[in-house]
Design a protein around this ligand. Structure first.
Ligand code: FES
Length: 505
């Protein structure tokens, strides 16, 4: 793959369109304000509108243009290897509730697709978690056993439609895949038709909790709401310090068309080789093969171009002749105990809720969050509210090793990244960026294709870690909690909400 040619955009974003939504220009008073128009935020808003609440969705960029627009869009309750871990950490009942909540989300989405008549390439597919390494087969057997015990239609198999041998796989039947943007655009249209309001290009700057809550935005308009849902992927208002319990990871995707007779006929993921994922999608006469790698690498660490090349080589070796015409990247967060954080934002809050930490499984997770948060806000019971409650203190001891590991990594970046010798600015080729020292100051400097230098502060505006350059995506990334900035310092992804300051060079 040619240098600087890796990121050619999300297939989903390039094959679906939606008219622009207005920015918020006047003050609003609603029952519920939802911050973030990804699958979790829109599902929550849609469920609440159906329940008779007045709802406003506030999106800093465009509907579903963030993580949701860059997913592989598998709608499944099989989340790689999770049930055996859940059974051990949260007990058989915890695993059962997780399976039930995610399965009901899959079926809720199917119901919505049918009810709204959404043309979103919805297809039922079996989901597989496989390994090629015989040394890991016992992990797969244990997962199949735990998933079955949790109530999923799961079995252990040694044959799949993949064009290479495997050592073993968990198979869960009756799952689904779809075009996420076609679905979410239709959901948004229906939400608006029912009286919901959706605003784009509206960044929420502050939240005053109270009765009611008050939000200020960068357009100057304010929103008054009884309840607020923070569904911004990584919570932008984090009074519970949830960022200490979330680890960001970047994932890369490449995609190209293969003939229909080479369709492996399922949705596949393996924890081998730092995670690989395969699914197909309808595409002209053939099928588009999507391959994702989730090497779980921390944003701002390592060479993303090398990783794209490694993923492309993996895809080409297993699907010879495939021409990879799309490539993109996404980012997700893992919670310390692998269960998403969905519920009240912090122990003392009465009206502010959060949805985060979907660990790469945001399609079923986002729909589940929509149902759960809608139930909490409307005072309905929900069997799995405790399982996902961000305040779950019970599990703190159990998640301590993961918590401490994450904090040690953050501390390592905060201190260690400052000790690395910065390169001279003259050595930067076009398209590259680095943190360099200028007059004793560390600046984040990028040289564009015309040779012009762009300098911004190198200190992340979230908590001050040093940013690092991702040349494949031409972005500054913070390894501590995953904030991302464009080459002029504008926030692409939180938790940071303020840009990196422009500096002269
Ligand atoms: Fe937290 Fe950068 S994202 S310090």
């Amino acid at each position: 793959m040619a240098e600087n040619d890796q990121v050619r955009g999300s297939y989903w974003l390039k094959t679906a369109s939606s008219g622009p939504r207005p920015a918020l220009t006047e003050d609003l008073d609603v029952d519920v304000a939802v911050i973030g128009a990804g699958v979790a935020g829109l599902s929550t808003a849609w469920e609440l509108t159906r329940a008779g609440r007045s709802v406003a969705v506030l999106e800093a960029r465009q509907v579903a243009a963030g993580v949701t627009g860059h997913t592989t869009a598998k709608v499944t309750a099989l989340h790689s290897l999770i049930y055996d871990k859940l059974r051990r950490k949260r007990g058989a009942e915890g695993a059962r509730l997780y399976a039930r909540s995610q399965s009901e989300a899959v079926e809720r989405m199917a119901q919505i697709v049918e009810e709204l008549g959404v043309d979103c390439e919805w297809e039922r597919r079996d989901a597989f978690t496989y390994v090629c390494d015989p040394g890991r087969v016992e992990d797969i057997r244990a997962e199949a056993d735990a998933a079955r015990e949790a109530g999923l239609p799961a079995s252990f198999v040694t044959e799949t439609g993949l064009p290479f041998p495997i050592a073993g796989a968990v198979r869960v039947t009756g799952q689904a895949q779809f075009h996420p943007l076609k679905y979410l655009y239709a959901l948004t249209d229906d939400l608006v038709a029912r009286g919901g309001r959706v605003y784009e290009d509206t960044t929420v700057l502050s939240l005053d909790e109270g009765d009611p809550c008050r939000l200020s935005t960068d357009t100057g308009a304010t929103v008054t709401a009884r309840d607020v849902v923070v569904a911004t992927h990584y919570p932008i208002f984090d009074r519970a310090l949830l960022f200490t319990r979330l680890s960001p990871r970047r994932e890369l995707v490449v995609a190209g068309a293969v003939a229909a007779d080479r369709d492996p006929g399922g949705m596949f993921i393996t924890p081998d080789e730092g995670t690989r994922s395969v699914r197909t999608a309808p595409y002209g006469e053939g099928r588009r093969l999507l391959v994702i790698t989730g090497e779980h690498f921390t944003p701002g660490t390592g060479d993303t171009r090398e990783r794209f090349d490694r993923l492309s080589a993996w895809a080409a070796e297993r699907f010879p002749g495939v021409e990879l015409t799309y490539a993109w990247a996404t980012q997700d967060n893992d919670s310390t105990d692998t269960v998403p954080l969905v519920g009240p934002l912090h122990p003392r809050t009465r009206h502010v809720y959060v949805a985060s930490g979907f660990g790469g499984w945001g399609m079923s997770g986002g729909v589940m969050a929509g149902g759960l948060l809608s139930a909490l806000i409307t005072g309905q019971p929900c069997a799995w509210s405790e399982l996902y409650d961000p305040r779950r203190l019970r599990s703190t001891v159990r998640e301590a090793p993961q918590f401490l590991k994450h904090q040690a990594q953050v501390a390592g970046h905060f201190v260690g990244d400052r000790l690395k010798p910065p390169p001279p600015v003259e050595s930067l080729p076009p398209g590259e960026g680095a943190v360099v020292r200028v007059d004793g100051d560390r600046l984040a400097v990028y040289r564009d294709d015309d040779g012009t230098l762009h300098a911004v502060s190198s200190r992340c505006t979230h908590m001050g870690c040093l940013v690092s350059f991702n040349a494949a995506e031409r972005a500054w990334e913070c390894p501590c909690h995953g904030s991302r900035f464009d080459t002029d310092g504008k926030v692409i992804q939180g938790p940071a909400t303020r840009p990196l300051k422009r500096r002269d060079i």
